[in-house]
Design a protein around this ligand. Structure first.
Ligand SMILES: Cc1cc2nc3c(=O)[nH]c(=O)nc-3n(C[C@H](O)[C@H](O)[C@H](O)COP(=O)(O)OP(=O)(O)OC[C@H]3O[C@@H](n4cnc5c(N)ncnc54)[C@H](O)[C@@H]3O)c2cc1C
Length: 412
């Protein structure tokens, strides 16, 4: 059976970005239908590390990463690896990524990320409160851990750079770290983002957002494969649905590229696949998320469990999860907590990633009746509320407070 729906605004994709966008539009009094073939919040937005990472101002592509790229990519065990067999299809994205990793370009990207991140914590506080999820937003800060003296020394420059972009961070030695996190093994030191927040259960927070948004918005369980325009609006079509809307907001995460092209924009969107493992753990082993920075994952205390989430695998949307990546994640976690038993859950998700680590936010080239809001990479949870606010301003015809020039689809 085909569902026929007519609405003022269709939001394609009900991940954290689509949910935050729908919430902001509904609050502005619009008629909204969210469309997704999966339950709301069950994609990348479910399995992430849950950090409201307003300190994550560095793009993935930096001169350091560029220098080490061959060894990183071709070492199957590195925190940033490429799936064997995906090299050819990824070559165009990788060459753009390399260009974006040059010093001046990377610094420009960092400034554009910092601009979006600057209000993230306060906006999340408001959103969590409005959605009934305030208890799931914790305020214990976050840690980057340095296992060697050399890495800790190198962190000085990294943190000085972040401070220059408005990030509040303290470098702390082993004794202060042991007081904060007595269960961690000895480390050379840590960077402590004491004001940072995190979600103690991203899946539960997604449920809160979905319930809040769906109090006022409709939900259509279907996939959109085709986007066309006529004189009076937009048609969105898929195997199970046909939707007529005045406006569409494209929030399909890593799956947004084909629909963006139909709206008029050729966007170099790829996915950085990430993984998580979980252990049931009624008493938390940590008080806050901690990232052993050389290992590329977070150890996250979540409600009733420990989640270890992260690593980057460039590998496309269709290949099955890599057993090797999961094994490496487990080995890495056991380097920190050697007694971890067999994990109780394993997961892979798709970060939606552009070569410059910036999201695509703004009107489509084919017209302002389609607004793009995808490609948030490593910080999509953090940036969802600001994205919702920008989209709501654009729909209203108001100039967003943030200058959106760096995020426009026409930048490629
Ligand atoms: C391991 C890992 C750890 C992470 N940790 C953090 C973190 O600590 N902090 C942080 O801020 N971010 C983190 N991220 C990134 C964050 O999870 C993502 O950036 C964010 O979830 C992207 O949200 P989204 O709504 O764009 O995408 P998604 O959550 O993937 O949602 C997209 C939705 O679109 C739907 N969809 C797809 N195609 C169609 C279609 N054709 N029609 C209709 N619907 C469609 C999908 O079913 C899906 O529900 C992490 C990611 C990973 C993988």
């Amino acid at each position: 059976m085909i569902h026929h729906v007519t609405t003022e605004i269709a939001v394609i994709g009900a991940g954290v970005v689509g949910l935050a966008v729908a919430e902001a539009l509904v609050a502005q009094g619009h008629e909204v239908v969210l469309i997704d073939p999966e339950p709301p919040g069950s994609g990348a937005s479910y399995g992430n590390a849950g950090t409201i990472a307003d300190y994550a101002v560095l793009p993935v592509g930096t001169p350091d990463v560029l220098k080490n790229l061959p060894s990183l990519l071709f070492d199957r065990n590195s925190p940033l690896a490429i799936r064997p067999g995906a090299m050819l299809s990824l070559a165009p994205w990788l060459s753009r990524f390399m260009l974006q990793s040059r010093r001046k370009t990377a610094e420009r990207n960092a400034r554009a990320i910092a601009e979006l991140l600057s209000g993230a914590r306060a906006l999340w506080q408001d959103l969590a409160l409005r959605s009934g999820g305030a208890d799931l937003l914790q305020h214990n800060g976050c840690l980057y851990l340095y296992e060697t003296e050399k890495a800790f020394r190198a962190a000085q420059a990294d943190m000085a750079y972040r401070r220059g972009l408005g990030v509040a961070v303290d470098l702390i030695g082993p004794q202060d770290l042991a007081q904060l996190e007595p269960n961690l093994p000895d480390m050379a030191g840590a960077a402590y983002f004491s004001g940072a927040a995190f979600l103690s259960d991203p899946g539960a927070m997604m449920q809160c957002l979905a319930e809040a948004a769906l109090n006022y918005a409709g939900f259509l369980n279907g996939r959109i494969d085709r986007l066309t325009r006529d004189f009076d609006g937009i048609w969105l079509e898929g195997p199970k649905c046909r939707v007529r809307a005045k406006k569409a907001i494209l929030c399909a995460g890593a799956h947004s590229q084909p629909l963006a092209a139909m709206a008029g924009d050729k966007v170099p969107l790829e996915t950085e696949r990430g993984y998580h493992l979980e252990w049931q753990m009624p008493a938390p082993i940590l008080n806050r998320p901690a990232c052993p920075s050389a290992r590329g994952f977070y150890l996250c205390p979540m409600t009733g469990r420990l989640r270890v989430a992260g690593t980057v695998e460039l590998g496309g949307l269709t290949a099955p999860p890599s057993r090797h990546r999961l094994d490496r994640l487990l080995q890495g976690a056991r380097k920190i907590f050697p007694d971890l038993p067999k994990p109780s859950a394993r997961w892979m998700g798709f970060r939606p990633s552009l070569p410059d680590s910036l999201p695509v936010i703004g009107p489509s080239s084919g017209g302002a009746d389609v607004i793009h809001a995808f490609g948030h990479g490593h910080i999509g949870v953090t940036l969802a509320p600001i994205t919702g606010r920008i989209v709501a301003d654009l729909v209203r015809g108001k100039q967003p407070e943030v200058d959106i020039t760096p995020y426009l689809p026409t930048r490629f």
